[in-house]
Write a protein that binds this ligand. Sequence first.
Ligand SMILES: *C1O[C@H](CO)[C@@H](O)[C@H](O)[C@H]1NC(C)=O
Ligand SMILES: *[C@@H]1O[C@H](CO)[C@@H](O)[C@H](O)[C@H]1NC(C)=O
Ligand SMILES: *[C@@H]1O[C@H](CO)[C@@H](O)[C@H](O)[C@H]1NC(C)=O
Ligand SMILES: *[C@@H]1O[C@H](CO)[C@@H](O)[C@H](O)[C@H]1NC(C)=O
Ligand SMILES: *[C@@H]1O[C@H](CO)[C@@H](O)[C@H](O)[C@H]1NC(C)=O
Ligand SMILES: *[C@@H]1O[C@H](CO)[C@@H](O)[C@H](O)[C@H]1NC(C)=O
Length: 906
Amino acid sequence: MMFEFVIWLTLLLMTKPSDTKPLRSEIKNEIHFDSNITFEKRGLHEEAPLFYIEDRHPAEFFYSDPYYPSPLGGRIDHVWQKAYDKARKIVEKMSITEKVNLTTGTGWGSGPCIGNTGGVPRLGIPNLCLQDGPNGVRYTDYVTNFPSGLAAGTTFNKELIHQRGKAIGKEHKAKGVHMVLGPVVGPIGLKAAGGRNWESFGADPYLQGIAGAATVEGLQQQGVLSIVRHFIGNEQEHFRQVGEWDDNGWDKLDESISSNIGDRAMHEIYLWPFADVIRSGAGGIMCSYNQVNNTYACENSYLLNYLLKEELGFQGFVVSDWGAQHTGVYSSLSGLDMTMPGEIFDDWLTGKSYWGPLLTRAVYNGTIPQQRLNDMVTRIIAPWFAIETLKLPSEDNIPNFSSWTYHTYSQKFPYQHFGPIVEQNFHQNARSTFSEEVALNVAREAIVLLKNDGHNLPVDVGDGIKRILIAGVGAGPDSKGFDCKDQRCTDGVLTSGWGSAAVNNPYVITPYEAISERARSLGMVVDFSNENWNLDHVSELADYADLSIVVVNSDGGEGFIEVDNNYGDRNNFSLWHNGDNLIKHISERCRKTIVVVNAIGPVNMEKWIDNENVVGVIYMPPLGQFVGKALMEIIFGDVNPSGKLPFTIAKKKSHYVPIVDDLSKNNDPQDNFDRDIYIDYRFFDKHNIKPRFEFGFGLSYTKFELSNLNILEINSPTEYLPYPEDYLPIYRTIEDDVCDPEDALFPHEEFDPVPGFIYPYLYNEDVRSLPDEDDFDYPKGYNTYFKTTPPLSGGFGGNPALWEILFSVKAKVKNIGKYKGGYVGQLYIESPSTLVSSPAKVLRGFDKVFLEPGESKSIHFDILHRDLSIWDVESQQWIIQTGTYKVYIASSSRRVELCGEIDIGI
Ligand SMILES: *C1O[C@H](CO)[C@@H](O)[C@H](O)[C@H]1NC(C)=O
Ligand SMILES: *[C@@H]1O[C@H](CO)[C@@H](O)[C@H](O)[C@H]1NC(C)=O
Ligand SMILES: *[C@@H]1O[C@H](CO)[C@@H](O)[C@H](O)[C@H]1NC(C)=O
Ligand SMILES: *[C@@H]1O[C@H](CO)[C@@H](O)[C@H](O)[C@H]1NC(C)=O
Ligand SMILES: *[C@@H]1O[C@H](CO)[C@@H](O)[C@H](O)[C@H]1NC(C)=O
Ligand SMILES: *[C@@H]1O[C@H](CO)[C@@H](O)[C@H](O)[C@H]1NC(C)=O
């Protein structure tokens, strides 16, 4: 082991960045450009292809190097250092069983929340409550069903995304939740059919990062700790867990799917938004179900110990997705700090856990160092002292609802049918004017106008529209009601996708209700049909209508729910419920047909998009309870659409990355992420493929004009990052406990166990069988030498210099149309290809402004060191290449308005 230590030191010296002297840069503000350039850029030396396997198992190429020990928290940032000091003072008072209690969930259903840790009653620490989710409080009443994460991303409005985080945090707080399982910044959206893409913010790492960080800040400002999920590579639902489904031959599945990710894509795409949320102070990170490079994400030491805790400097705790833990000792040594819901996957109610009593045992028998357990617990407690707005929960600050029953009174453990009858649900109203305003504003700004030929929108009575038809199941309520469990009903208006991120609606305003009410007030006649199959039914109505509004949908969600053969992920990109034929049928009869697509992601529009009677097309991501009201306001022009597509709508399914459905020979499906860094628009640009609608696209009722590009150098770029400060010293070390196993025995005299509940205690036979010597088979590469600061670490999210502002960019935007409206300025950068080839452009800024007709405002962007960097796999660091950087101010990823250039170091 000493030998390894020496190698490490040598490596450290070798990789120490050498050249951090400022590079000269020259700025040009007005450059001629092709407004829709797309070309494949080539570097001097092409990268080796990622894999290339034929006949060999991908695990031979995709494996993770070991990295041990798990870094100690509290060595970055003085504020966190103080917080760790306070946390350690508490932890050193705890017994081993008390510590284990905080790391292990008490079991599925064993407490009011989706996840509940054990408590430390002696020190006044209650069972900590972890609750879904990212779009509002799950499994309770009197809460708001907020627009989805995807809707938030579609607004491209940073301040509004932040407000949404605050509003969601406030409602969790009102219900007594301690930690929110959100936001979601993975899936990143590699696969357009991915079932959970609607939970996160859109198919671009920069967008995910900005939106994720703003959400974390909003949530934590309201006093709830944010747990960001899913770390990492959880890009599809199929095969995420062994035993989830027996259909389709999936009972043969031996291991969860392995997301095989190259190092550059890992840094430039998948880790990118996690760096942002860590920088904004997120207290927790949830590791995902899938494997990464053939090791489970929750026990991959390279991922958790190295990338997350060392490189990104994460000081909070890592919690498993529900049942994503697969080993006890290994997962702890690899950096997992908390397991949820406590049991082994799908073995709910058995009390069987990898941790709980087994963790206690592994500490008593010396296999897991006490220092590791102490660090796990300290990481769970420290964020409550580090973030000003958080406060370690106390016993008078506990949830006042139950996720397991909606009755006011029920047994204490309704899921177990156990315990006395107690008051479970206090029906606390968590909603407020603030929540409702935010939810409605996000819904309004998340609507994207894709087509408006002939300017039939907004609808104006003056245009002779006297009779309208509202058609499609998507326009009205589902016949089974609004709140089927986890929003799995799809035969009606969609307020969200399905799964753990779904929230009960306190009420829903459907498109039919809102549009009908408005149209009536304008003296119109309103016809309605929700018959999607027997199309004759709508023939006459469409004939009579001056304007038809057809609401169609496409749904998906989390992998534990199957709807119409869609196991979470979508099987196809066509519309559900015969939507394409419905549109065709109506548009053949009605010359002004508006199609409204309510979907969790892109759909194929080719069958009808060019039809000249389809005069208008609107896309809505899941918008929550106000979906109909927001749509009505857009259609009638109360609100000017300002949403932008957070993904590319392709013409062909083959342009998207398919869901892996092949079990593989060994029943361990392998998902090689061979799009590398070219996800979404980067791929279409690289191969010069014309999409139907590009990333960032969205029309307005008004027109904007851009001018006055002005790029300013704030700090000189450097090729390499400066060496970071050393890790801070640890002032308070926790002594090892004396460790008398008798102390950990089940205190039978104190209480009777709840069936299936996970306790931290040992039984007599455990104590007798504790071995004397250490004969544990440690994982390969295991050691206990703590490292000095790696060259690219040293701050939250990585080397602090990555966040240094190098250039600031300004431009002027003027509303030259007749309506007031919002404009999203998008900044894309094209890097030189001096060392490696890069995408034709990547999003590196967005700024949304609202303008009255004739009004001008300035839009503003900061270009950070990281925004110009590429991840160099060989030297394992971020590098700013010398060469020419193009700076595009654009209205979409393919509509460039202004172009400047920065020459760096040439
Ligand atoms: C953009 O490209 C398309 C086809 O590739 C071309 O028809 C169009 O004229 C181009 N637009 C501009 C402004 O160059
Ligand atoms: C996964 O394997 C690839 C290919 O060997 C490597 O570049 C990458 O760093 C590995 N990632 C992890 C997390 O182990
Ligand atoms: C562990 O948590 C359980 C559940 O909250 C509690 O009953 C028990 O007393 C706790 N044990 C210790 C040692 O604090
Ligand atoms: C619900 O819990 C919150 C937070 O603990 C508290 O502020 C509120 O008063 C409680 N309400 C009821 C009705 O118990
Ligand atoms: C210590 O206990 C853990 C948990 O039961 C077990 O996995 C491990 O093998 C034990 N170590 C030894 C040396 O027996
Ligand atoms: C696509 O999936 C939906 C939902 O399962 C289904 O209704 C539709 O028929 C499918 N379309 C095609 C072309 O298979």
